[in-house]
Design a protein around this ligand. Structure first.
Ligand code: BGC
Length: 254
C-alpha cells in the first residue's frame, strides 16, 4: 500500500486591518485548525508587522516554512509600494527583514492579491484557470491578479488605476462602502464603473471577485452590468492565506 504524506504549509496574509494566518492542507486548500487573527499594528511599520508575524507563528506553534503576503508590489524581495501599510515599507528588503525575525526557516513574500489569485487557480473556480482572467479583491484597497490560463503576471496594481478623477480603490473598495455607509446597490454602481474601465482596457474573458465582500456577492453581483462574466471567488477571504502557503510550497522566491 502506498500512502502520500499530507502536504501542509503555513500562510500569513498581512492586510490593512488584520494579520491573519493558518495552517493549510495543500492537497485540498482547506485550513487545518483555526485561523489566527491579530489586528494590524498602527503604524504598520515593517518591524511592527514582523513582530506580529512572529507572535502569530508562536501562537500557532508552527516552526516550518511560511508564505507571507503584503499589500505591496514585491519585486526581487523589495517592497516597492505601500498603499495601506506604513510608507516605511517602500524600499524594504523583505528577505533581510524577515530573516532577522524568522531565523533559519524558509519563507517567501508576495503580493496579497497575487497570492489570492494563485489560490483560486489551484483550489477554486475552474474558470480561474481558463483564458485571460482578471481576479480582483475588494477590501481595504482593491487588489488585482492578472492570470493567463492560470499563470500569473505578477504585481499588477489595478486598484490604483485612475478611473474618472480618482484611483479605483478610493471610489470602490469595500472600505469606501463602509466609510460612506453606501448600500450594496450604491456601492455596486461604483464597482461597475471601475470594472467597466478594466473591461474596456484589458478585455478579459472572465472576472473573478474576491475579498470579504465576495461572500455577499448575491447582494451586489446582480447589479453589475458588464459584458464580461463575473463570478465570486470560491475561496473567499481564505484565499490570501492559502495562496501564501501555496507559493511557499511551490518554491516561489520572494
Ligand atoms: C495595494 C495592492 C494590494 C491591494 C489589496 C492596494 O492598495 O497597492 O498591492 O494588492 O491594495 O490589498
Amino acid at each position: 500500500m502506498t500512502t502520500t504524506a499530507p502536504r501542509h504549509g503555513f500562510g500569513i496574509d498581512v492586510g490593512g486591518s488584520a494579520v491573519k494566518g493558518a495552517l493549510v492542507d495543500l492537497t485540498t486548500g482547506e485550513f487545518i485548525g483555526e485561523r489566527i487573527k491579530i489586528a494590524t499594528p498602527r503604524p504598520a511599520t515593517p518591524e511592527a508587522i514582523a513582530h506580529v508575524i512572529v507572535e502569530l507563528l508562536q501562537r500557532a506553534e508552527w516552526i516550518g516554512p511560511v508564505g507571507i503576503t503584503l499589500p505591496s508590489v514585491v519585486h526581487n524581495s523589495i517592497a516597492q509600494s505601500a498603499a495601506n501599510i506604513d510608507p516605511e515599507w517602500i524600499g524594504v528588503n523583505t528577505t533581510e527583514l524577515f530573516r532577522r525575525f524568522l531565523g533559519d526557516r524558509d519563507f517567501t513574500v508576495l503580493n496579497d492579491a497575487d497570492a489570492a489569485g494563485l489560490a483560486e487557480v489551484a483550489y477554486g473556480d475552474p474558470r480561474a484557470r481558463e483564458g485571460a482572467v482578471l481576479f480582483l479583491t475588494f477590501g481595504t484597497g482593491i487588489g488585482s491578479a492578472m492570470l493567463v490560463d492560470g499563470r500569473l503576471f505578477p504585481n499588477t496594481e489595478l486598484g490604483h488605476m485612475i478611473v474618472g478623477k480618482q484611483e479605483a480603490e478610493h471610489q470602490a473598495s469595500s472600505a469606501v462602502k463602509d466609510n460612506l455607509e453606501l448600500n450594496f446597490k450604491q456601492w455596486a454602481s461604483r464597482v461597475n464603473v471601475v470594472m467597466g474601465e478594466y473591461e474596456k482596457l484589458f478585455n478579459p474573458t472572465t472576472f473573478i471577485v474576491g475579498g470579504g465582500i465576495s461572500r455577499k456577492f448575491d447582494k451586489w453581483g446582480p447589479s453589475l452590468d458588464l459584458k464580461t462574466p463575473v463570478f465570486p471567488a470560491q475561496l473567499r477571504n481564505r484565499a490570501g492565506i492559502v495562496g501564501a502557503a501555496l507559493a511557499m510550497d511551490q518554491g516561489m522566491r520572494p
